[in-house]
Design a protein around this ligand. Structure first.
Ligand SMILES: Cc1cc2nc3c(=O)[nH]c(=O)nc-3n(C[C@H](O)[C@H](O)[C@H](O)COP(=O)(O)OP(=O)(O)OC[C@H]3O[C@@H](n4cnc5c(N)ncnc54)[C@H](O)[C@@H]3O)c2cc1C
Length: 383
């Protein structure tokens, strides 16, 4: 039997995992990357991972991703580590709308077998004493952790090459899809494939749109920062403060803080990769509000900060599946692409090889030209 020929476009966390898993399933895979491995969002992500999802398909995908992360952490041939650490999300006093939303989410997550709980004030103080007390409600996901997304992506690219994948860096591609097999065009020629998987992050919609296959995925800019070393890094969980609209996690001896989401569509070829001054100032305010001053009179200063692009869809669900015969779209992760990458890559391989896709993520639920507002992924809104 002929080997199925697959092109994967984009060497981020999703594309490298998919390329590896497709090769492991016996496909002949070429992985095209416009720049270098992890040059996109995967090299800029915060690395927070959890399974606290209220929909069954999301919970199952996240659960599978965490299992794979743990298995890779235990694999001495994969030079990368996953640090288990609880994920706490909370609403502050007076923010009843988000507090109610958290109270409503938790039982739905538990119904899907997630180890999440609501914490009352006393529990919170005992378990996470660094958190300041003006909290209306908090929840914790026990199955969670953090990792370096860039290191994962580079490690997975190496593993993909060992599994037989041809990796072509600095090879931006265009796609031609009409009758017959899809064609990938690079500066030095073109070739047809049985399947082309477009996992090009912020460029996905443009790449597919230029091939006459519009998909509703919009890039939006988010920001993150790392602080100087602080004693807090040994004392805080991974945290999402829904009222303050920021997240943080320990990272080395400092803290990684993220926020700064702008719900505005960005041009993936023309955006500011540096963080804004207002975001850096906000980080300090967020940390002071969440943890007080530690040591007294001090809040850790931001050491470096940056921006990156995430991708939004009209309903917040991914676009994962066939957009046209032989053309697969894999994007629209709403800021949750790294934590799900090991499961998404596996799902892509299963979809390409066995034709099994996840219905709620089917891109055919849209025409592709929908107009919609960007709603960032971590938001806890409630009705
Ligand atoms: C600041 C920040 C914090 C984040 N924090 C988290 C987090 O804590 N947890 C989490 O789960 N997610 C987080 N995310 C989101 C996460 O980074 C993404 O969802 C995920 O990395 C997407 O991976 P990907 O492989 O789909 O895309 P990307 O990593 O963006 O990879 C796409 C690749 O395609 C390449 N490409 C584009 N066009 C072409 C072309 N024409 N030809 C060839 N190659 C092309 C790009 O160069 C790029 O390398 C964060 C993102 C940012 C920016």
């Amino acid at each position: 039997m002929d080997k199925r020929r697959v092109a994967v476009v984009g060497a981020g966390a999703v594309g490298t995992t998919a390329a590896h898993d497709l090769a492991a399933r016996g496909c002949g895979v070429t992985l095209f990357e416009a720049e270098t491995v992890a040059a996109g969002a995967s090299g800029r992500a915060a690395g927070i991972c959890y399974d606290a999802f209220a929909e069954d398909v999301d919970a199952a995908v996240a659960d599978r991703a965490l299992s794979r992360f743990r298995a890779l952490d235990a694999d001495p041939s994969f030079d990368w580590s996953f640090t288990p650490r609880p994920y706490v999300w909370l609403a502050r006093e007076g923010d009843t709308r988000r507090a109610d939303a958290i109270r409503e989410q938790v039982p739905r997550m538990q119904a899907h077998g997630r180890r999440v709980e609501l914490l009352d004030g006393a529990d919170l103080e005992t378990e996470f004493p660094a958190l300041r007390a003006d909290i209306e409600v908090a929840a914790v996901a026990r199955d969670a952790g953090s990792a370096d997304p860039g290191a994962y992506t580079r490690g997975m690219a190496e593993r993909a090459v060992s599994a037989g994948v041809t990796l072509r860096e600095r090879a931006p591609v265009e796609l031609r899809a009409g009758d017959g097999h899809p064609r990938v065009v690079t500066a030095d020629g073109s070739a047809t494939y049985d399947t082309v998987v477009v996992a090009a992050g912020a460029h996905t919609a443009r790449l597919l749109g230029d091939a006459g296959l519009p998909v509703p995925s919009k890039p939006y800019r988010v920001q993150a920062a790392v602080t100087e070393s602080t004693p807090l890094s040994g004392r805080v969980p991974q945290l999402y403060d829904a009222t303050g609209g920021f997240y943080c996690r320990p990272r080395g001896a400092g803290l990684l803080v993220g926020d700064g989401t702008e719900p505005v569509e960005r041009d993936p070829d023309d955006w500011n990769r540096d963080a804004d001054d207002w975001f850096v100032a906000d980080c300090t305010d967020h940390l002071r509000r969440a943890f007080g001053e530690e040591p007294p009179g001090e809040t850790p200063a931001v050491d470096r900060a940056w921006a990156g692009l995430c991708t939004a869809t009209p309903d917040g669900n991914p676009l994962l599946g066939e957009r046209a015969p032989g053309v697969v779209v894999a994007a629209g992760w709403q800021g949750h692409g790294f934590m799900r990458a090991p499961a998404l890559g596996e799902r892509i391989a299963r979809g390409v090889c066995d034709g099994e896709w996840l219905d709620p993520f089917d891109p055919a639920r849209f025409d592709g030209d929908e107009s919609f507002d960007i709603v960032e992924g971590m938001v806890v809104e409630g009705s």
